[in-house]
Design a protein around this ligand. Structure first.
Ligand code: URA
Length: 239
């Protein structure tokens, strides 16, 4: 872990709340560093040297938690939505610690979402250099041609550059499974548009070998230690 982080991140990573909430608390003068109120959320904290207090109590590092949520369609993965739409946090009743989604799913995407307060773990699952495979089942609006599948396999040109070669399997004439090791914004939807098709429904069915299993849409559970080990197995730091 980096020896330094901004104050806003330190508060949020301690599991107290989102980064937006952390900024609000810092501006409200509830946070002290080495006994003095600091109002700048971007103030650098050196873990070896600085002592951070929230509401006059030393900041405690919270227990690491790892959740698996079966995200339904119609929920966004940010903490607060200015438009007031439901968020995945509405589904996490009983979870006291603040957790962040490990990679986002669009409002209209369903399936496997991991949430955690362990930023290092999240980094290992989302950084494309670690090549963690994410499997999406895509129902398309029109039949997918063999040429389209081949183009997805080779990589298609998107506005932010070509996609990596992907593993693509046909399920039926309009349904494919795509395994990606990168997670760009709306990537699957844009890949389908690049082959003149459109997503009708999109579900993330696996991260690594982990699936949602018997969880109903909207339900969550904690990940087990063997599942965590499995997710991190053979992941080595990028050069
Ligand atoms: N790709 C997308 O287009 N959307 C998602 O939610 C996930 C992957």
């Amino acid at each position: 872990m980096a020896a330094q982080k901004t104050l806003e991140r330190v508060i949020s990573k301690a599991g107290l709340g989102s980064r937006t909430q952390a900024r609000t608390w810092i501006h409200a003068r509830r946070v002290k560093v080495n006994g003095k109120v600091v109002e700048n959320p971007d103030h650098w904290i050196d873990f070896d040297r600085d002592k951070v207090e929230f509401d006059c109590k030393p900041l405690e590092v919270s227990e690491k938690i790892y959740l698996l949520l079966h995200k339904p369609v119609g929920y966004i993965t940010t903490f607060k939505d200015p438009e007031g739409r439901p968020t995945v946090y509405d589904l996490l009743q009983g979870v006291e610690t603040f957790v962040s989604p490990v990679g986002r799913l669009d409002l209209d995407t369903s399936g496997l979402l991991i949430l955690t307060n362990d930023s290092q773990f999240a980094e290992q699952l989302t950084n494309p250099d670690y090549h963690v495979p994410k499997t999406y089942r895509v129902r398309c609006q029109t039949p997918v041609s063999d040429a389209g599948i081949e183009a997805l396999r080779q990589g298609v040109e998107l506005s932010d550059g070509p996609t990596r070669p992907a593993n693509v399997k046909r399920i039926d004439e309009k349904t494919v499974e795509i395994i990606l090791t990168e997670g760009r914004n709306r990537q699957v939807r844009r890949m389908l548009e690049a082959i003149d098709n459109k997503v009708e429904t999109l579900t993330r069915i696996r991260i690594g070998t982990l699936g949602v299993g018997p969880l109903e849409a909207g339900q969550w559970r904690r990940l087990t230690s063997p599942e965590l080990d499995q997710l991190l197995r053979r992941r080595t730091a990028p050069p």
